[in-house]
Design a protein around this ligand. Structure first.
Ligand code: GRF
Length: 186
């Protein structure tokens, strides 16, 4: 099968990158990760790119320069889809418009609830019974685009931010690949 070309944007540990890469090695998975972009040279996730021999590019500069250079890289590499996976820089409206319908993100809550940062602390504070993760299209508003997939986890009284993060991330590793399969109708 002809796989779509994907680029994963990271800033940190890159465990979602790892899960997408592992899934993408399956012949039937619809995308191939052709490029990893990081705005943080020290991002641990870069080690996964190295381990799996995926070309990567790190660039820590202001948003204008970052997007100008990255835009060229994405065009040169004929990237069809951009997967944000723990990417902590907010992309400009212009950049998002240029790749309309081609950028997806994973967020650690059941959107539209708990947009933004510190989701685990906030769900605990509001004594939620459930939380989870959401894969969604990126539009011009933060954590707002059309939802592709959600996965739910239950919260028990012993949970703290760290146990919750582990539980949610475990679901993320299934949610992201499944969302990609769903987009390309596999
Ligand atoms: C994930 O929990 C994701 O939901 C959030 O950032 C975290 C990234 O983790 N957007 P990793 O870098 O994939 O390990």
């Amino acid at each position: 099968m002809v796989k779509k070309k994907a680029c994963v944007f990271i800033s940190g540990t890159g465990t979602n990158l790892r899960s997408i890469v592992k899934n993408s090695r399956d012949y039937n998975f619809p995308i191939k990760i052709c490029l990893v972009i990081s705005n943080n040279r020290k991002a641990k996730g870069i080690l996964f790119a190295k381990k799996f021999s995926i070309p990567y590019f790190c660039l820590n500069t202001n948003r204008y320069k970052f997007e100008k250079i990255i835009f060229q890289k994405l065009i040169e590499n004929k990237i069809d889809i951009i997967c944000l996976a723990g990417f902590m820089k907010i992309l400009s409206k212009k950049f998002i418009r240029n790749f309309k319908g081609k950028i997806i993100n994973i967020h650690p809550s059941l959107l539209p609830k708990y947009k933004g940062l510190n989701t685990f602390q906030r769900v605990l504070k509001f004594k939620e019974k459930f939380t989870g993760c959401t894969v969604h299209y990126v539009d011009e508003k933060l954590d707002n685009g059309k939802i592709i997939i959600k996965r739910k986890v239950s919260i028990n009284t012993k949970d703290n931010a760290s146990t919750l993060k582990k539980k949610v991330q475990f679901e993320e590793y299934k949610a992201y690949p499944n969302a990609i399969r769903k987009i390309f109708q596999m």
